[in-house]
Design a protein. Sequence first.
Length: 302
Amino acid sequence: MQKLTYNDTNEIRLDLFLTTYLKDLSRSQIKKHIDNGDINVNDKVVKAGYSLQNGDIINIGELITPQFDLTPQDIPLDIVYENNDYAIINKPQGMVVHPAVGNYDGTLVNALLYKIKKLSAINGEYRPGIVHRLDKDTSGLLVIAKNDKAHRELAKQIETKECKRYYLALVEGVINDGGIIETHLSRSVNDRKKYAVCSDKNGKNAVTIYKVVENFKNYTLIECELKTGRTHQIRVHCQYIHHPIVGDKLYGYKKQLIKTEGQLLHAYRLILREPNTNIVKEFNCSLPNYFVAILDKLRKMK
């Protein structure tokens, strides 16, 4: 961990200031590291546009910025809907959305480059078309932008909560009533791969609405509506209320009675307003077969 102290009474953006010290990285790469929590100020997660104050301590972790060769790959892709502005993709469990350390190909982006020739460029060369993400082992719907205008409009809808996203999750234990979970989340200080609930409000506000869909013996199927879209939000929130998602290797129980390849979390419903027509559209996709099979077994055990 490298530490820098900002000794100047003049305010300056964090990302701009770091271009002087991290000369091997572009400003966009520096921003990605800040967004990922690899770089923070005074041990707090901040944005790239944070204005440095005299005496601020900048913590710089190990920065790895690999160069990816983005190759279009003929990977099966379930395109639920497509027009000139956007596409709705049903992402399978196990697929990474975009290249990153340890996942250089076989991603959704590689598949998109093969299937869809025109994609937005707002999120940089390694994330063409990507408006929002799903975790590797979370399946279901996400929207892809085909041009920058559509990307900005769709991203705004997600930010303002006009775009509605619903998930189905099988969680440990029996839940009798639904509710609202509202916390602040930040990257865990003990494990950089994880996020955690913050009591001091130094993290980002996160709100999840959940309701019971079906009860089983020792398990509950719930619907979660995202009111914010923080990294790992539903997974952290389920753990927070002591009902972690079945199969979650990061936030779930160490000993899993139900064997799965990953968390049983599926983005099954998406509502948005089309960028050009302003028509509100709703998209749905069924639960994956492995998810359905597990629910069927649990129903027989009631």
